[in-house]
Design a protein around this ligand. Structure first.
Ligand code: NAD
Length: 271
């Protein structure tokens, strides 16, 4: 939803982002037009954290490689891959918000040491969640797994660039369930090809769906899913009703649950 699109919607009162990340909406332009922007941040927190943990476990236990081996008639109970032990290793979480915190909780269940970088979260919240606050560089260099949970903003676009990837341990894995452009994909491909890190688990890519010649598609140390982290039978059931409720609230002059641009509240007389 660009400025051009929003400016042409002269009767429009509300734009609903049917997910969490509203990077696809020009919120400033919507605010100038007096259009409410709503997102749905809370319906799939556990699903996305579960997806991140699934990618981590698939990489750690080499699930996809073993599955492929069996399908090509190779049964190797002692596989020729490094299969991890997980407990006692360190996971670094970028963005300790809803999904990052749910990921931290899951990681602790697997006996991982959890560190995180999030400059917008207080020390009290870090302490409450039992997570150690570290700098960005410390997180990149100390972690055996790095899981990304920031929104896509000007600040986070390509935050995982070549410099950041070069800080990672060569045995470390990168998990991204946030937004593709948080990672500079060309640098990630180079890092994987040159072995600066061990592998990646990606639910999101810079271009979705990816081009058929994207090298990530043929690397056997990469596990992919098609931006499906938010999906579950339950989240699919709940979402349509919730979309209707949120839009109806604005049209009825009531506050929706998550108004991204509260500046329009007065203009739209939302109570
Ligand atoms: P959230 O707003 O609760 O948490 C985001 C956290 O990132 C916040 O704590 C914020 O302080 C932190 N952050 C912002 N800028 C940062 C920076 N420069 N460095 C470090 N931390 C920073 O959001 P959430 O509900 O946890 O969702 C996170 C993101 O996950 C969404 O914005 C969306 O892009 C993505 N997402 C993906 C899927 C999927 O299907 N894969 C589904 C839902 C959400």
């Amino acid at each position: 939803m660009t400025r051009r699109v929003l400016e042409s919607l002269t009767q429009c009162k509300v734009v609903l982002r049917t997910g969490v990340g509203y990077d696809v909406i020009d919120v400033e332009a919507a605010t100038e037009q007096g259009i409410a922007v709503i997102n749905i941040p809370d319906l799939w927190t556990r699903e996305v954290a579960n997806q991140a943990m699934s990618l981590l476990l698939a990489l750690n236990r080499r699930v996809v490689n073993l599955h492929s081996d069996i399908r090509s008639s190779t049964w190797t109970p002692r596989p020729p891959y490094d299969v991890g032990s997980l407990h006692g290793e360190t996971i670094g979480i970028l963005g300790l918000g809803r999904i990052g915190s749910a990921m931290a909780q899951r990681a602790k269940g697997f006996e991982l040491n959890v560190i995180a970088y999030d400059p917008y979260i207080s020390d009290e919240v870090f302490a409450e969640r039992g997570v150690t606050r570290v700098s960005f560089d410390e997180m990149m260099s100390q972690s055996d797994y790095i899981s990304l949970h920031t929104p896509l903003t000007d600040e986070t676009r390509h935050i995982i660039n070549e410099n950041a990837l070069r800080l990672m341990k060569p045995n470390a894995y990168l998990i991204n369930t946030s937004r593709g452009p948080v990672v500079e994909e060309a640098a990630l491909i180079k890092a994987l090809q040159e072995g600066w890190l061990a592998g990646a688990g990606l639910d999101v890519l810079e271009k979705e769906p990816p081009a058929s010649d994207n090298p990530l598609l043929s690397m056997d140390n990469v596990v992919l899913s098609p931006h499906s982290g938010h999906t579950s039978v339950l989240s699919l059931q709940l979402r349509t009703g919730r979309y209707g409720e949120e839009v109806a609230a604005v049209l009825d002059g009531r506050m929706p649950r998550n108004l991204v641009n509260p500046q329009v509240r007065e203009h739209l007389h939302l109570v």
